[in-house]
Design a protein around this ligand. Structure first.
Ligand code: BGC
Length: 492
């Protein structure tokens, strides 16, 4: 209940009104709000629809995005501007979540302006297409996406080179043209987004329904983009035992075994595995084993190791924090669910749940004297192992952890997730669980789900209203049906 409540609060407020954040100054983050929607969409789809259209209306014509917009005017925030090159791709992921949840294809043909300018209306489908093109127009020397100001990690500023203490890394002009520094994180995110675009285009080709889908390329086009980017990641983004984090403005590696500090980062491991890179040939398995080996602690998984011990002008704000805090090797909780999802995708229910338990507020209530934060909401960070206060949480409430964690536990560990074709039930629960029951409202129908373990492993056998169904997707019932009973045997 509290996780869902926190999802709703972050959806409503983003990071714009909080004692911990800088109040109105933060506005509604473009990437933050899109991610908040990933956990919120099933609670109030109509509000999610409105939010998606608001976000898309702040998009720039070149496919880029204002990093933030103001909730009252719904206009992009000029003071912070754009150039965070992961931003546009989050719109694709959020729109896909909405489509899977609702099957409301009409949203793709909604006319939406760019930069709030009347007369610039294009269907939402075209906005999504431009989000993809934005990355393609900004590839670096290795064929990986240029990072711009920063990617998900606002504090990895590879083009900023700030020499002035106190200067804002978010707004100080980048020095140099930014044509070298690349992000493996965005590469993984692009692969994921391209696959989702292919899924949308495929549905459209299969007759699903909407004129605006003609603004999309065919599914094969997006699959080819995904394959090309995956090839670039394999050739230049794999460090031997984990995914590299980035290339800096001099073409040097960030997050590599060759580095003296910051050898391994969590973000590209989570994102590349979620994108499906290396699921078949062991890279994903290896990347997550490296996460467990180098980054996992009893209080959660830290963002990087070893922590940076001094300021490095070519890496930016991340190196300005004391070791173990914030982006410099704290347990930045937002990223932990990516590892849970990756573990679940690999069928590792035990590891997924274990990672969940380490940051779960109610589990941590047993160590409140260490955790020192409300025992019912996620905090942005928990101090990492390099910090003197290891295990102490900071900045509760407004964090993307809420939505991602809700998605990780409900959609991946319990395995109940929306798909274009129906409700998927594919749990990755620990061997020791004998099962669970859940009920889920999906497209106006209540699904009563009873999961029982029949043996080891994660294979499922579904029975829907007494009839066996092949695969793990419960087909959409005929119109007028209000309730569906799903019996699931796991490990058969
Ligand atoms: C921001 C996020 C960002 C994260 C990591 C948070 O404060 O709201 O947009 O991804 O920090 O830098």
């Amino acid at each position: 209940i509290w996780n869902a409540y926190q999802v709703m609060v972050t959806f409503n407020l983003s990071r714009s009104a909080s004692f911990f954040e800088s109040g109105v100054g933060r506005g509604m983050g473009f990437r933050d709000s899109n991610q908040d929607l990933l956990g919120f969409v099933q609670m109030a789809p109509a509000r999610a629809r409105e939010r998606l259209l608001d976000l898309a209306a702040t998009q720039l014509e070149n496919g880029g995005a204002y990093h933030q917009y103001q909730p009252l005017t719904k206009r992009g925030n000029d003071a912070v501007g754009s150039g965070f090159n992961d931003d546009p791709l989050w719109l694709v992921l959020a729109a896909t979540a909405y489509l899977k949840e609702t099957g409301d294809w009409s949203i793709l043909s909604e006319p939406v302006v760019y930069e709030n300018r009347p007369g610039t209306e294009q269907p939402l489908a075209e906005h999504l297409q431009r989000s993809m093109q934005y990355t393609l127009d900004r590839l670096g020397p290795h064929g990986l996406p240029l990072i711009g100001r920063a990617d998900w990690n606002d504090c990895l500023n590879l083009n900023c080179f700030s020499e002035t203490p106190g200067e804002s890394f978010q707004t100080t002009e980048n020095r140099g043209e930014g044509k070298i520094a690349e992000s493996v994180f965005i590469a993984g995110q692009f692969v994921l987004a391209a696959k989702e675009m292919a899924g949308i285009a495929e549905q459209a080709a299969g007759g699903k329904p909407h004129p605006a889908t003609s603004d999309l390329q065919p599914a094969a086009y997006y699959m080819q983009l995904a394959q090309q980017m995956e090839a670039a990641v394999r050739a230049h983004g794999w460090d031997g035992a984990w995914f590299l984090r980035a290339y800096d403005a001099f073409g040097g590696k960030v997050g590599s075994a060759e580095c003296d500090e910051g050898r391994i980062f969590i973000e590209p491991q989570g994102m590349c595995v979620m994108a499906g890179i290396g699921l078949e040939d062991g890279l994903a398995e290896q990347a997550l084993a490296s996460v467990q080996g180098h980054l996992a602690t009893e209080h959660g998984v830290v963002l990087l190791q070893p922590a940076y011990t001094h300021y490095r002008v070519h890496l930016g704000e991340i190196t300005s924090y004391p070791p173990g805090y914030k982006e410099n090797a704290s347990i930045f909780c937002h990223t932990n669910p990516w590892i849970m999802i990756g573990e679940a995708m690999l069928g590792h229910g035990e590891e997924a749940l274990n990672t969940y338990h380490r940051i779960c507020p109610s589990v941590r209530a047993a160590i409140s004297d260490v955790h020192r934060c409300e025992p019912y909401v996620y905090a942005q960070t928990i101090a990492g192992k390099d910090a003197p206060t290891h295990g102490e949480a900071k900045n509760s409430w407004l964090t993307g952890t809420a939505a991602w964690n809700y998605a990780a536990i409900t959609q991946w560990i319990l395995g109940i997730r929306a798909s274009h074709d129906g409700l998927r039930v594919a749990p990755a629960i620990p061997a020791s669980w004998s099962g669970f029951t859940a009920s889920r409202l999906f497209r106006g129908v209540t699904y009563h789900i009873d999961v029982r373990r029949a043996g080891p492993g994660n294979r499922v056998a579904l029975t829907v209203d007494g009839q066996p169904v092949a695969g793990d997707v419960v087909p959409l019932p005929r119109a007028g049906v209000g309730e569906v009973r799903v019996a699931v045997e796991v490990g058969r």
